[in-house]
Design a protein around this ligand. Structure first.
Ligand code: ASP
Length: 324
């Protein structure tokens, strides 16, 4: 039988070991490496969106929440003529919106040709989280949004309406496409937990045919995330990006060891090479972010800009490399 003295000695040793273990746990918690968060997005209007997203990232929040909150800023900005409210309508005067979102678990949600809703990105997130589907379009997407508490809003701003009326006079409703009047916000974020998510939202090409859907809501084309590797998103002529599954291609090239910039460049080269029309106006660009927080971008033409926000840098990168 264990003596009282031995029992006390054994208890003291156990307590000491427990204390040492507890201290070690605290130390290991304190030294657990957190990742430096970063958010990147397309175009100069991405700066305001990034700032909003970074508030969430710097507070330790999830990349998914950051990208949704970030692009909502652009969706509500009447001065951005290619996203959300203030976006240019189709040739019949309808502002039809496309959006997609993808998280670190490869959950996906998209809406396309959605009208009269201020924040299509939030509807896309709801499709992802609350339905057994991944993609809703048109009337069905609108009904789903209204059933879930979104309000109907007139998305045609007075300025966009005036521009459209002018366009009607000039083109006489010819099925001509304006290759210049388009720009999407695509956003990628890496959070302190090392997880990547992405969001993409647009009103698409100005004066497009009614019912036209671009690359932005198509997972793999306008947006793709693989949390083991990184993410990519695009802006520009959706028809050309869809043809090469652009964002998926960029992520797969990063998987093979390409840097984010090299992967975007290779995708742009593939897109131009594969375009059957070989038109001079094949114009698009990609941005990419990898698990290490390294980012890169490449576009067909000079003049493309991206916005970056981390603890080290905040602002607009104007010297994006280009093909032509
Ligand atoms: N990619 C978008 C679309 O084709 C528009 C853009 O980014 O310029 O709808």
């Amino acid at each position: 039988m264990i003596s009282r003295r031995k029992f006390i000695q054994a208890s003291a040793v156990t307590s000491l070991l427990t204390a040492i273990q507890a201290k070690a746990n605290v130390l290991s918690l304190n030294t657990k490496k957190t990742v430096q968060p970063i958010v990147i997005s397309t175009w100069d209007f991405g700066a305001a969106a990034n700032a909003e997203a970074f508030k969430i990232l710097s507070a330790g929040g999830r990349a998914l929440d950051a990208v949704e909150a970030g692009v909502k800023i652009t969706e509500a900005d009447p001065n951005v003529e290619s996203v959300g409210y203030g976006g240019n309508p189709d040739r019949d005067g309808h502002v039809t919106l496309d959006a997609s979102i993808m998280d670190e678990f490869s959950n996906i949600g998209s809406v396309a040709c959605l009208e009269n809703i201020m924040h299509p990105i939030s509807v896309a997130r709801l499709v992802m989280e609350k339905t057994p589907h991944v993609f809703l379009a048109g009337e069905g997407a609108l009904k789903f949004a209204l059933d879930n508490g979104f309000e109907k809003t007139n998305m045609l701003s007075p300025k966009a309406e005036a521009n459209w009326k002018k366009w009607l006079e000039e083109t006489k409703y010819m099925p001509k496409v304006d290759y210049n009047s388009h720009d999407t916000i695509g956003m990628l974020a890496l959070d302190v937990h090392g997880n990547i998510s992405g969001a993409c939202t647009t009103s698409g090409r100005a004066y497009k045919m009614h019912g036209r859907i671009g690359d932005s809501p198509i997972i793999g084309a306008g947006l793709f995330v693989d949390n083991e590797i990184g993410g990519a998103t695009s802006t520009g002529m959706g028809e050309e990006v869809i043809r090469i599954c652009g964002s998926y291609l960029v992520v797969e090239l990063m998987r093979q060891g390409y840097s984010p910039m090299q992967a975007c460049k290779a995708a742009v080269e593939r897109m131009v090479k594969k375009s059957p029309s070989k038109k001079e106006d094949v114009s698009a660009g990609f941005i990419a972010l990898n698990k290490k927080g390294e980012y890169g971008s490449f576009s067909v033409y000079k003049g493309y800009q991206i916005a970056v926000h981390s603890t080290k840098e905040q602002g607009i990168v104007k010297d994006i490399q280009y093909l032509k």
